[in-house]
Design a protein around this ligand. Structure first.
Ligand code: GLA
Ligand code: ZN
Length: 672
């Protein structure tokens, strides 16, 4: 086994440059200068690889893989299913997706094929196996990049039938489906499986159980398609390693499920750095949540498969990354358990919609271009720190429950606030509160194992499965600390409301019982005051205000206005050998750092032994501590100066952490 190394590179699309051999030569030279050691090759190259049905043109790729290998650049070889050639759409229209309005799309764009179509699967099999036969044993091919950003849904007749079959396997009988979805409502009982149709704007969209199961089916069917792609490759190369690139808070696929079928989890990050409403630290925390989620879906080091070295072209305003921020983003990936930092893309395209999307190499083709110089500096840094960092896992400290079924049900429910519940922001507040206390976070879903965590945070766990409620009970009984919020334990796994006291199965654990929930308009808030000196003395509840009756818990904060003044807003309860906190409303962001400072006392040890200045991020990998300066000015920590946007890496010891690496500043000025 080779020792793991940090991987650095980009999407590489030489199929756009085959008429420019000079460019292909320069590519290799510049890759070496930038310390690139991996590229994702041929993601959208199907039309070049198979210009007509059954006629394969792989020689150009063979030459490129050989040249890359000779230059020390490995290949993450793509299956090209993310975008199909025109001949395929013309000859077999069934591969084209049908939208929810039952209209079949025309040829064009990408990521829009039917995941069920046997024809699409067969054509994908043929091209994948051509690639596997020709390149699967090449020593330069270290990974397979299955398709690209799987997503979306198809409502064609083939998918309708597959949905019905999936329901049959899940429920057995149509009576069981009707019960699970409460179809007596509006007389919507289904006489048989054939009567079931996917949700449609001009059809059914009020049976929430149906909509939830449709989401589950779409996720299942997409993963099934991905497994098909994987197995086509593995039929030829049984030990082929596979990954695919996941997306920022993507709703349509349960990534915990998807990751089980992969060897490596990866994702594509496009944060809007420098937006006027957010500091670098805030943007970094948002990105940090995703890094930790992608780490958690497999519980092992991941790759950042795409990020942008400068401005994108598709955000409402695409800003440049200020000098040093690209390095900052790369180091943050590694600090959170990333073993690969890759960009979209290697070289800026000449035409079509992404021609202004920044790339490692810009249209000027110059190596003294600022973006290239910063990319080269990042490549150097990753090479320098690789040994000792690559492959290092992260320890379990705190877990946030992030569960796709819950998200689907919560966001679809018609309830107290149809203006939106901004579930993501609830999650991010808890995450930021923990991170700012130097606590490492991983995410678990309701199939997850809570072993090893000292703290579990379950924000807005609206859909709560009884088996998971039992896991939470056991976790607290055995000494764990639980934080649960308003709007939890409301429905079961088919979206039927639980009867009896709520949060379901947890009122004795939390020592509170929900009585009502009030919704607030945007801009409205309800003042709360603390009964406990360690918590913020005043904080405003927003969005939803749950009114709970105390059943043994100790109130830490209470509402201070409205008819529910005096009702608990934050409580703690002892249960078994552990304790459980309950937060009845959505507080402003500032509440969560002091709140978690209190929660972790005696429960978890922060990364850094002393308080850190604001805007310094701290995280751990094994016994390594990463401190990152999110400011545009230097910070001084215990005798060490960390340059603007730079990182310092320490080894944890019993006493003072030992400094191992202090990243030099990346400075650049347009003024010579
Ligand atoms: C996505 C895709 C890439 C590219 C980038 C642009 O993440 O996977 O092919 O289009 O966006 O930001
Ligand atoms: Zn379909």
């Amino acid at each position: 086994m080779n020792a793991p190394v940090l991987r650095y590179g980009a999407d590489y699309n030489p199929d756009q440059w085959l008429d420019r051999p000079d460019i292909l030569v320069q590519d290799i030279e510049l890759m070496q200068k930038a310390n690139v050691n991996v590229v994702s090759l041929g993601i959208f190259a199907w039309a070049t690889l198979e210009p007509e049905e059954g006629r394969y043109n792989l020689d150009w790729m063979a030459e490129i893989i050989d040249k890359l290998y000779a230059a020390g650049v490995s290949v993450d070889l793509a299956t090209p299913s993310g975008a199909r050639p025109a001949w395929l759409a013309r000859q077999y229209p069934e591969v084209l997706r049908v939208n929810a309005d039952r209209k079949r799309i025309l040829f064009g764009e990408r990521h829009n094929h039917c995941y069920t179509s046997p024809v699409y699967r067969e054509k994908v099999k043929q091209i994948n196996q051509q690639l596997a036969r020709r390149f699967g044993r090449h020593p330069g091919v270290i990974m397979w990049h299955l398709s690209n950003e799987y997503g979306g849904e198809c409502h064609c007749p083939l998918c309708q039938q597959a949905f019905r079959d999936w329901l049959k396997a899940r429920y057995g009988t149509i009576e069981a489906v009707n019960r699970a979805w409460n179809t007596k409502f509006w007389s919507h009982d289904y006489p048989d499986f054939d009567a079931i149709e996917s949700p449609a704007p001009h059809g059914e969209h009020s049976v929430h159980g149906l909509k939830l199961d449709w989401k589950r089916f779409v996720s299942h069917q997409t993963i099934d398609f991905m497994k098909w792609e994987r197995d086509c490759v593995r039929e030829i190369v049984p030990d082929a390693k596979v990954c695919t690139n996941m997306m920022y808070f993507y709703d349509g696929i349960d990534y915990f499920d998807m990751a089980k079928a992969l060897d490596l989890a990866t994702w594509d990050a496009y944060p809007t750095w420098h937006k006027p409403t957010e500091t670098i630290e805030q943007t970094a925390l948002d990105t940090g949540f995703m890094h930790d989620l992608i780490y958690s879906v497999k519980g092992q080091p991941f790759w950042l498969m795409e990020n942008c070295p400068g401005p994108t072209n598709w955000q409402p305003v695409s800003k440049v990354k200020k000098p040093g921020v690209n390095l900052f983003a790369g180091m943050q990936t590694v600090a959170h358990g990333g073993d690969g930092v890759l960009f979209f893309q290697w070289r800026q395209a000449r035409g079509s919609s992404e021609k202004f999307h920044a790339s490692m190499v810009s249209h000027d083709c110059r190596e003294d271009n600022r973006i290239f110089m910063e990319c080269a500096a990042l490549g150097r840094t990753l090479r320098e720190i690789s040994a000792g960092v690559a492959g290092t896992p992260r320890a379990r400290q705190a877990a946030i429950v992030y569960d796709w079924s819950n998200k689907w049900a919560l966001e679809d429910a018609q309830g107290p606030r149809n203006k939106g519940l901004s579930y993501k922001h609830e999650l991010l507040r808890h995450y930021a509160g923990l991170s700012r206390n130097g606590i490492d976070v991983q995410m678990v879903d309701q199939n997850g194992d809570l072993t090893g965590y000292a703290l579990v945070v379950a924000p807005m766990l609206y859909l709560l499965r009884e088996d998971f409620a039992q896991k939470l009970r056991d976790f607290v009984a055995q000494g764990g600390t639980l934080v649960m919020t308003y709007w939890s334990g409301v429905v079961n796994e088919t979206d039927l409301c639980y009867l009896g006291d709520a949060p379901h199965m947890l009122t004795d654990v939390l020592g509170v019982r929900r009585t009502e929930i009030d919704a607030l308009y945007d801009g409205e808030s309800r003042r709360c005051t603390a009964l406990d000196a360690a918590l913020p003395q005043a904080a405003n509840g927003t969005l939803l205000c749950e009114v709970a009756a105390l059943e043994g818990a100790r109130p830490l904060m209470v509402y201070d206005e409205d008819f529910f003044a005096g009702a608990p807003a934050v409580t703690v309860n002892a249960f078994g050998s552990g304790k459980a906190y309950y937060v009845a409303t959505r507080f402003e962001e500032a509440f969560y750092t002091p709140f978690y400072a209190q929660v972790i006392k005696g429960v978890l040890t922060p990364c850094w032994p002393a308080p850190l200045p604001d805007d310094v991020l701290a995280s751990r990998r094994g016994d390594l501590i990463f401190l990152q300066n999110a400011r545009s000015t230097p910070v001084h920590i215990d005798g060490v100066t960390i340059a603007p946007y730079a990182a310092a890496i320490y080894r944890q010891t019993d006493g003072k952490p030992e400094l191992l690496y202090n990243q030099p500043a990346f400075t650049w000025s347009p003024v010579k």
